[in-house]
Design a protein around this ligand. Structure first.
Ligand SMILES: C[S@@+](CC[C@H](N)C(=O)[O-])C[C@H]1O[C@@H](n2cnc3c(N)ncnc32)[C@H](O)[C@@H]1O
Length: 161
């Protein structure tokens, strides 16, 4: 069989989403950052998203949003060889500065009022946190994680930095 000679910008990808969000505004903001920082898709689990004004780039025309009814469904439909990276302030978290991003990842953020539940954290392949003693807005946290990924994998994303 002939070898594939074509060169791709990257041989990885990532998606990002929120479990049980209370705010459509946060999804719109996250969607916009995700599109700009090179995510392949975004997702919601549990609560569905209704389009609203914070998505001024009309990111819905650029990258898809998938909806999963439950966390179990999300796990069942996870793409092959893709790691779930929980983003949460927790005892098990690794600080993002020390984290090596898997090439194929989905970043999972928690609900604004209660964060990610323990059973979900236990199912993540890794958990990362951002510096500080207080939690950030969820879409801000997601945007910083994507920026960190972009900086660390910059040789794989030469056209994005
Ligand atoms: C506003 S926070 C949830 C705060 C919630 N009151 C709690 O104490 O768990 C919403 C989500 O943003 C993300 N987040 C906010 N600040 C973070 C930080 N410093 N490190 C990691 N994730 C963070 C997490 O995904 C979190 O579930």
């Amino acid at each position: 069989m002939a070898r594939l000679k074509q060169q791709y910008e990257t041989d990885g990808y990532f998606g990002i989403g929120i479990l049980n969000t209370n705010s459509a505004f946060n999804i719109g903001t996250l969607w916009r950052s995700a599109y700009i920082f090179g995510a392949s898709f975004i997702f919601t689990i549990d609560k569905k998203y209704k389009k609203q004004a914070s998505d001024v780039t009309r990111a819905w025309t650029k990258i898809p949003l998938y909806h999963y009814e439950t966390f179990s469904e999300f796990c069942k439909l996870l793409p092959y060889s893709t790691r779930i990276v929980g983003v949460e302030m927790s005892q098990q978290s690794i600080l993002v500065v020390e984290f090596e991003h898997p090439l194929r990842s989905v970043y999972l953020l928690g609900c604004e009022s209660v964060g990610l539940p323990v059973n979900v954290l236990d199912s993540c392949h890794s958990i990362i946190s951002l510096p500080g003693n207080f939690s950030l807005n969820v879409s801000v946290a997601g945007s910083i994680v994507m920026y960190d990924r972009l900086c660390k994998l910059k040789t794989r994303y030469p056209n994005r930095l």
